[in-house]
Design a protein around this ligand. Sequence first.
Ligand code: FAD
Length: 411
Amino acid sequence: MRTLLILGAGTAGTMAANHLRKVLGDDWSITVVDRDTDHHYQPGYLFVPFWMEPGRVVRDRRPLLAEGVTFVEGRVALVHPERSEVELADGTGMTYDWLIIASGTRPDPTMVEGMAEALARREDVHDFYTLEGATALRERLRTFEAGRLLVHVSEMPIKCPVAPLEFAFLVEDHYRRRGLRHMVDITFVTPLDGAFTKPVAAGELGGLLKDRSIRLAADFAVERVDGEAGTLVAYDGRELRFDLLVTVPPNVGQQFVVDSGLGNDAGFVPVDKHTLRSVEHERIFVLGDASDIPTSKAGSVAHFATESFIDNFLAAVEDRPLPNSFDGHANCFVESGRGQAMLLDFNYDTEPLQGAYPLPAVGPMRLLRPSRVNHLGKLAFEQIYWRMLLPGHRLPVPAEMSMAGKRRPKE
Ligand SMILES: Cc1cc2nc3c(=O)[nH]c(=O)nc-3n(C[C@H](O)[C@H](O)[C@H](O)COP(=O)(O)OP(=O)(O)OC[C@H]3O[C@@H](n4cnc5c(N)ncnc54)[C@H](O)[C@@H]3O)c2cc1C
């Protein structure tokens, strides 16, 4: 019997286990370890402060795993690649022939002075990158009716790098609908030099911020949060006053990755960006947010990468050359308020461009343009996630990014 061990039963771990159970024979055992039994649909965290019921984003993760996949509830404490063993926090040891690390990333507010303490008080400093945070923010938005509101990104990379922008557009719409927009001054604060990383998207998203009268504070390298004074302070001395701060703390890899000596400075595991294979340990692959690949940390990336990975894994275990090369494909909806959304489609080499998706000219979705159809696509993604992606059904969309329908900007 050969053993595949998967660390993490989130988006990537669940998809990988379910895909692989279909193609690996009975001589393979597949075991997935997770620290708890709650699977969260994290894209839903964005909507919880506004309208989505918190309970809607959580499901028991065990029935989401295919028959023939063993689930173990336990916290991973260490990986010992030299003896192909994983140690759980309760001392249990688990051996493997092949290992997939799919343990994601987590927000770590302790990395910014004052942030963890201010968040813990749940008064004027909030976040929406955890379900508890998003739920507390929901209550705060109900009572917050006037003042300076900062939507803040501490540093990159973060998972779903467009989510803070989406929050800014949605909160603007929230106050417009309540007739309080003129009472709330909104600023988007980012360490980047514009609204987003890539030039065309940064231009479009920056333009939309301007249209909605949302200020942009760029190049803001945060030094500390002063919860008492209500200020956000940058290393260059800039201070921004707030009455309500909605922050995205730094996102880091899991502690066991760091403790096992498998991570880079931020706790992400270095891999070959085209095969997702650990650069140091050939029997370890890393799927989802836990790796250091230079594309967005997003469920869509986990999905495309996992599809590309399956045949590579089958080849790796037979010691054949790996047939697929993952291109970094990411596909991100950006809620823009007013019942509309934008769509970004890009990969390692091609930045988000304008055009139509998935069919050239026809769409029906528009790239980098707010549209109602894009918004409906974002809402539909919730059901696609539970019913198609997690069970490991292939979508009628290729894993590789296509240039069909995309327009390059004129020089
Ligand atoms: C607010 C928000 C909005 C988002 N919106 C979108 C979106 O619109 N579209 C999109 O594509 N993506 C979106 N994402 C990102 C998406 O949710 C993640 O990129 C995706 O879930 C990553 O999958 P993963 O499997 O790598 O990690 P996760 O799904 O986070 O799973 C990691 C798993 O590892 C487990 N784990 C961690 N440490 C341990 C340990 N020590 N022992 C045992 N188990 C452990 C965790 O419990 C978890 O179940 C959003 C994320 C957020 C926070």
